[in-house]
Write a protein that binds this ligand. Structure first.
Ligand SMILES: [Zn+2]
Length: 239
């Protein structure tokens, strides 16, 4: 009985809209957004990435009284917080089978718009459509995977701190956000940059995302041309 329930709980993940496919030469490459979300959110590394983010935040901001987690002095406090928020988004998503309007609380979902979103009470989302700029190329696939990670990093970041505001402008893509994203990219795919070495500066908060997308595109392309990046190819199906 437990087995049947498990199957029905997961069957929604196989709907067509969750499958993203791209062609590269003779190869057909695909991945499943719902399964990828599940894998990303189940990672035990988020707490380490969050701590890296906290350190990056302190380097950039110094002491900030609005910084919620500074109330928690033990490092293990961040770990508990992180486990709690990742369990919340994962369980909520599974409970509503990915349908945001049936959910209470943050979930991961897909939509047909052009961009992704991420936030504390929203959770995260990604478009099911390939990015038209990348012409259904392998960069589309890299862009989709990076966007999924990018939006989840927003969720973790904004569950932890108040949004950074500098000179009246909201700064969602601050150094803390980027440190979380870069760390998770390192755990997932072996990405070898920090926000600073990926081009981050104030006003260039999107630079690491762009760098990571190019980096992942490059690795995927080289893999299909015969080099080996098993950690990356483990995230996609290809034939
Ligand atoms: Zn963003």
């Amino acid at each position: 009985m437990a087995k049947t329930r498990r199957k029905s709980k997961r069957s929604w993940m196989q709907e067509d809209k969750y499958w993203v496919s791209f062609n590269h030469g003779v190869y057909s490459i695909s991945f499943n957004i719902a399964e990828t979300f599940e894998r990303m959110s189940k990672s035990k590394r988020w707490k380490h990435a969050l701590m890296a983010g906290v350190d990056a935040h302190r380097l950039e901001m110094g002491h900030d009284p609005k910084f919620r987690v500074t109330m928690i002095h033990e490092r293990n406090g961040y770990a508990k917080h992180c486990d709690r928020i990742m369990t919340r988004i994962l369980n909520n998503t599974m409970d509503c089978r990915g349908v945001r309007r049936h959910a209470t609380g943050p979930v991961y979902s897909v939509h047909s718009g052009n961009v992704g979103y991420g936030g504390r009470s929203y959770g995260a989302s990604v478009s099911t459509h390939p990015n038209a700029n990348y012409n259904n190329s392998i960069k589309s696939l890299a862009h989709k995977m990076v966007t999924m990670l990018h939006e989840l990093a927003h969720y973790v970041h904004l569950c932890t701190v108040y949004r950074n505001v500098v000179k009246g402008r909201k700064r969602c893509h601050d150094r803390m956000f980027n440190a979380i994203m870069c760390e998770m990219a390192r755990y997932f795919w072996g990405y070898d940059r920090t926000p600073m070495t990926a081009g981050y500066s104030i006003g260039r908060g999107y630079a690491p995302t762009d760098h990571l997308t190019s980096w992942l595109t490059d690795r995927l392309t080289k893999e299909l041309d015969g080099e080996e990046y098993p950690r990356i190819m483990d995230w996609v199906d290809y034939e």
